[in-house]
Ligand binder design. Structure first.
Ligand code: MLY
Length: 277
């Protein structure tokens, strides 16, 4: 039968260890997300990293932002942490002597870019500087070891963060393998990638965690997904365990479901004991 996923139990069952916090380019406590849906900011175009573009917050999930470049389509959204060095307040690019660029695949004629820029920024809600957090420095060297557990973004489904294992190490790179899934989702990344997190990060930050799959591609896991929070994250910062998406007609936070807090007795992450259950 289905169980709730618990990192603490899973690490014992698999006789494994979690990669320590010092391995990661992440703060010890996940940053607070005070961005709101609809806010505009500057972002490096992921498809053309020499360009800085205007982006809009489409939704938020824990400390992550789903961004869409203004003038782009809805098929090239990307995710950034609120403490990413690749996002800035509007005005940052010009202050640094640069010029805002249309995104790769700009929907209109290039000649209409200056007017498009004026119109997209006119009356826009610009993300204030206080909601941007400084990117942590991260370790100087690769401290990961093969077999260690972590939480990692599924690059093919980048809204998902999943249970993963360090499968191999080569110089500054680690091979991220997804527990219970065939190799199709695995990837190599630098040890200081912003897409990898210590065990317990999702629970601490209010981001959903995908439990291990079962080595067949049905997507069925023996674990059920249970949204989980641990204490010490100010509850005022958690609006919902699910992605926060607000329509233009509904800009009030009052329609969101109440925050559920589950308490964990021994472990720093994983599914939590809800005293009410
Ligand atoms: N619907 C997708 C989801 C795959 C997710 C895999 N991650 C968790 C590693 C599929 O079944 O392909």
């Amino acid at each position: 039968s289905f169980q709730t996923f618990d990192w603490c139990d899973y690490i014992q069952e698999t006789n494994s260890v979690a990669a320590p916090q010092i391995c990661f380019r992440q703060t010890a406590s996940p940053p607070i997300n005070d961005f709101k849906v609809g806010m505009k900011l500057e972002a490096i175009d992921p498809r053309n990293v020499t360009s800085t573009c205007i982006a809009t917050v489409i939704s938020t999930l824990g400390p992550r932002l789903r961004l869409r470049l203004d003038g782009s389509d809805n098929k090239n959204d990307f995710w950034r942490l609120v403490d990413s060095s690749e996002i800035h307040t509007i005005g940052h690019c010009e202050k640094s002597g640069g010029m805002l660029q249309p995104p790769l695949g700009f929907r209109m004629n290039a000649s209409s870019w200056p007017m498009f820029l004026l119109k997209t920024l006119n009356g826009a809600e610009m993300a204030p500087s206080k909601v941007f957090q400084k990117e942590p420095a991260g370790p100087k060297v690769n401290l990961f070891e093969v077999g260690q557990k972590l939480e990692a973004v599924d690059k093919k489904n980048p809204h998902l963060i999943c249970c993963a294992t360090v499968g191999a190490i080569k110089n500054d790179q680690i091979h991220v393998t997804f527990d219970g899934w065939k190799g199709a989702f695995d990837y190599w990344c630098k040890y200081d990638s912003r897409d990898i997190f210590p065990v317990g990060w999702c629970a601490k930050s209010g981001h959903p965690l995908q439990p291990p799959g079962q080595k067949n591609n049905t997507g069925i896991s023996r674990y059920s997904f249970k949204p989980a929070f641990v204490p010490f994250v100010p509850t005022s910062t958690i609006s919902s365990v699910t992605e926060v998406v607000q329509s233009e007609a509904d800009t009030s936070a009052s329609s969101l479901p109440p925050t559920v807090i589950n308490f964990q007795r021994q472990c720093n992450g994983g599914s939590l004991i809800n005293p009410a259950n």
